[in-house]
Design a protein around this ligand. Structure first.
Ligand code: SAH
Length: 602
């Protein structure tokens, strides 16, 4: 079973036919009543739908109904418990024109799934959550991308205040502020003003005393707890000591990044149990590393025993990469003895493995972008790309998503930024037009990863291919590629011109069909003329040529011409120039290169 199982249910043939390809796309299970067994590929349930649904409810991440909304509401009503645990529920009309996010929109991921499905079915997504309408991130999922832990609070009251555009104070004392940079102008958050009567969102390692004003807590994991102990100290004592210190200093256990200690304690049972229980990482350091820190409470006894005058304090500092402590050493004795010190890191720890999606968006219209790539854009925490491509993707974006558009010239900066964010645990989509691996961002990102000694695994990289300009242009004029072809970019920004010229000569001589990318810019106007001259040396002046500008975009232009005449037509950076081989021919408005060359002239 997949990690996030999805089940769809259809009770009519039309709905079954709509949901079957969708289930394939989502890797979900389509459930059908016996009478629809032959209509679509799915699993058959016997007995009543009500009973079947009860068995699906607890195990599925999302349920998609091809049923009337009213029927769905009646079916799920007795099963709804709590939005933190209920599956997402979606409804699709039989023809697949509308996708409704019925419940579990935020925490259940229903809104996101609705968008993804709508993109796949070319349907209208219906998302009625207030924060979605306001283009705001859901407050109950705000910290998820950053690995923050959700603390206490009156989540319903705060969500309702936000939904009503009432001012809500944000007290952010730790963690990434990236989310703040991407709020719509109309948001009603008030930052860093101590206005006692406003509902409040705390983003902090602390836990403040109760207050009559509604409030919620997100805890960025910034606290490194340095610990030392006598061998065999009981888990109970360690846990109690930890709770006591945190209580005393007004800190939340949810803000713990991890436990830090000396490497001799890597197998200390009490520490291991604590880390297991609370899902903390255990970081251990060698004595010489710990020795390098100057601490408030060094001990000569400890130094003689383990080779460093401090374990707890030095380990906290080392874990947090800081020079001062938040809480200096506290000692607890009972069944053994444990020391605890705390330091606060500048950036939060995230247990989410970062991911980089390298995405090709196709030539211009969303229709030409693969469903897998669309899904990846919707699913990412961050989308990075050139402004124009981001605009193209607008309908796939989710409220609260961090979208960074950088000018077209700053491609390397874009790659570095994506890597930086992925190392923080975020899922980052880097978008390129066409295919990201063809004169796109894909290579740049991988090159930069290689430079910093990436292990090939973290962050995980996934490449989503796209329809490249060469295929897009070719499809508009028939089948000009068909046989052996090559692409050559005339841009000498990253490649020396001599190399480009050599390739042009070789491709011309080898009778490849050739697609020229980046044929001419405002400054670079000579290259296309040189390319033409080199081809004319070996190919007939009548060789068919197509100039396709902005394929699949509203301003698309197509010009069929010949090698001799091609420079008479406008060619710019939005154009692709396709030069046929010896066998390519014009036919009506089409360009055809035969599959085989029986009459090949050598
Ligand atoms: N990664 C892209 C190519 C980027 S290089 C891809 O795979 O398509 C940019 C060049 O691609 C442009 O100068 C132009 O030559 C070509 N190009 C990109 N999109 C195009 C389109 N829609 N129509 C025609 N040419 C296009």
């Amino acid at each position: 079973m997949t990690e996030n199982p999805i089940a769809a249910i259809a009770t009519t043939p039309t709905a079954a036919r709509t949901l079957a390809p969708l289930c394939e796309h989502l890797d979900g299970t389509l459930w059908l009543p016996e009478k629809l067994n032959d209509v679509a590929n799915g699993q058959v349930y016997t007995g009543s739908l009500k009973a079947h649904l009860e068995s699906l409810w607890a195990t599925q991440k999302a349920l998609i109904f091809g049923l009337a909304t009213g029927a769905v509401v009646r079916l799920i009503a007795p099963l709804l418990r709590d939005k933190a645990t209920d599956p997402a529920v979606l409804v699709i009309d039989p023809e697949g024109k509308f996708v409704v996010s019925l419940c579990g929109g935020h925490q259940g991921g229903g809104d996101r799934l609705t968008q993804e499905i709508a993109a796949f079915l070319n349907a209208t997504p219906i998302i009625t959550g207030a924060s979605h309408g306001l283009d705001l991130p859901g407050i109950d999922v705000l910290g998820v991308p950053f690995g923050w832990r959700k603390g206490k609070g009156d989540w319903t009251a705060i969500a309702s205040a936000i939904a009503h555009s009432q001012p809500v104070q944000v007290m952010q004392e730790a963690g990434s502020t990236l989310w703040q940079d991407h709020l719509p102008a109309s948001h009603s958050f008030v930052f860093d003003r101590k206005d006692t009567h406003l509902p409040r969102v705390y983003i902090t390692p602390k836990q403040y005393p109760p207050d009559p004003v509604p409030q919620v807590y997100w805890h960025p994991r910034v606290l490194w707890v340095g610990m030392g102990c006598e061998r065999g100290t009981s888990f109970e004592l360690i846990e109690q000591a930890l709770k006591t210190v945190f209580e005393q200093y007004g800190l939340s256990l949810d803000a713990i990044a991890g436990i830090a200690t000396i490497d001799l304690k890597a197998d200390e049972v009490g520490f291991l149990r604590l880390c297991d229980r609370y899902d903390f990482p255990l970081k251990t350091f060698a004595a010489e590393v710990l020795r390098s820190h100057s601490v408030p409470n060094p001990s000569t006894v400890v130094s003689q025993e383990v080779g460093t005058p401090s374990v707890a304090e030095a380990a906290a500092l080392q874990g947090a990469q800081r020079e001062t402590l938040l809480v200096s050493k506290q000692i607890f004795k009972g069944e053994g003895a444990v020391t605890i010190a705390i330091a606060q890191a500048e950036t939060e720890y995230s247990d989410r493995p970062g991911q980089l999606y390298l995405i090709g968006t196709g030539p211009g219209s969303l229709d030409q972008m693969t469903p897998a790539a669309q899904k990846a854009v919707t699913g990412a925490d961050v989308v990075i790309g050139y402004g124009l491509y981001i605009e193209l993707l607008r309908s796939l974006l989710r409220p609260g998503q961090i979208v960074e558009s950088l000018p077209i010239t700053q491609e390397r900066q874009r790659a570095l930024r994506a890597i930086e964010l992925a190392f923080q645990g975020l899922t980052v989509a880097v978008v390129s037009s066409g295919d990201c691996g063809i004169y796109g961002m894909g290579g740049l990102v991988l090159e930069e990863l290689q430079k910093i000694g990436w292990d090939g695994k973290t962050p995980a990289v996934q490449v989503f291919p796209g329809v490249s300009a060469v295929q897009a242009a070719a499809s508009r004029i028939g089948a000009p590629l068909m046989h052996d072809f090559c692409t050559i970019s005339l841009s000498d920004l990253l490649t020396p011109w001599e190399v480009i010229e050599k390739r042009l000569q070789a491709a011309a001589a080898a009778d490849f069909v050739v697609a020229l990318y980046n044929p001419r810019s405002q400054k670079r106007i000579e290259q296309i003329a040189i390319a033409q001259r080199l081809f004319l040396e070996v190919r007939s002046p009548d060789t068919p040529v197509a100039i396709v500008r902005s394929a699949y975009r509203p301003d698309e232009q197509i010009q069929l011409t010949t090698l001799a005449e091609m420079l008479r037509y406008p060619i710019d950076m939005l154009s692709l120039v396709l030069i046929g081989n010896q066998s390519t021919c014009h036919y009506q408005d089409w360009l055809i290169t035969p599959r085989g060359y029986n009459s090949f002239k050598s």
